[in-house]
Design a protein around this ligand. Structure first.
Ligand code: GUN
Length: 280
């Protein structure tokens, strides 16, 4: 079994970006908006800011109160859409319940949508001709590539159908010529479907969602879940201790997919900068 080291692969991606930025005197700028006090979101936003520093990017954080109105949030996004120092805008999700997430996502200029969440970007991902990569799914693809894991013709099972992970993950695997099955909470024979998978990607958000009896001997197991266990420690969806005995490759949590999400966000921000500044 090979443990997939997302931290090291992400560091290599960020090192390449930092080098390119330094060599060329680029000044990519990322604005990160966080609304309210969700502790998990706070950790993610801090990590994104740290990655900006590492890569030599300019970053601005907008920490808004829980009771921010839709109008105030949209006004901020519209201001950032016109701000020349800002190439990418990211609004950390989930938003407090009274805010309309979909309208907020669509308010971000497609030229600055480094999360690739807006309808136009999602559509481009489906067609397979896109500038901004969906961060987490593209991070998974980078890991597969780094470890020379051949996807073409393989049975890939994605568990989860969210717009952020499950659906775009399935598309990227499909573009890489996998035979893709998407499973979800209404799937009836999840265990049988997973047992036929050469590659399993779990994006459920529940500890124990993938157990050893669901995994074929030699399968590649990618865990996108980030959950807190009873002791408050981070834990993925996959029963790591037992599944690692059967898997050929497996990602840990933390240190697997998570760092890759942020590395792709940095790639997208650099792309946005070059495109906004008309640099080839
Ligand atoms: N919430 C969970 N993942 C993400 C992400 O990649 N971007 C944003 N903006 N919010 C998230």
């Amino acid at each position: 079994m090979t443990l997939i080291d997302g931290k090291t692969v992400a560091a290599a991606v960020k090192d390449r970006i930092a080098e390119e930025v330094k060599e060329n005197g680029y000044t990519p700028g990322l604005a990160v908006i966080i609304v309210g006090n969700d502790p998990a979101s706070r950790v993610y936003v801090n990590n994104k800011k740290k990655a900006c520093e590492y890569c030599g990017f300019h970053s601005e954080e907008y920490a808004l109160a829980e009771n921010t109105t839709q109008g105030e949030l949209i006004a901020l996004i519209e201001k950032l859409n016109c701000d020349e120092k800002i190439d990418g805008i990211l609004c950390q999700l989930p938003l407090p319940k009274h805010l309309d997430e979909k309208a907020v996502i669509e308010a971000i200029s497609p030229a600055k949508d480094v999360d690739a969440f807006c309808e136009a970007d999602v559509g481009k991902v489906m067609i397979g001709n896109y500038t901004f990569s969906p961060c987490t799914p593209a991070g998974v693809m980078e890991l597969l590539k780094f470890y020379n894991i051949d996807v073409s013709g393989k049975n890939a099972v994605v568990i989860g159908r969210s717009n952020i992970v499950g659906k775009p993950m399935a598309m990227l695997l499909l573009h890489a010529n996998a035979t893709v099955t998407i499973c979800h909470s209404k799937t009836q024979n999840l265990k049988e479907i997973c047992r036929g998978a050469d590659i399993v990607v779990s994006a459920v958000g529940r500890i124990g969602a993938v157990t050893a009896d669901m995994v074929k001997e030699g399968a590649v197991v990618i865990d996108v879940g980030i959950n807190r266990n009873a002791e408050g420690k981070l834990q993925g969806d996959v029963d790591f201790e037992n599944v690692k005995e059967k898997a050929s490759f497996i990602t840990p949590v933390p240190g697997g997919v998570g760092p890759m999400t942020i590395a792709v966000l940095m790639q997208n921000t650099l792309k946005a900068y070059k495109s906004n500044k008309k640099i080839k």
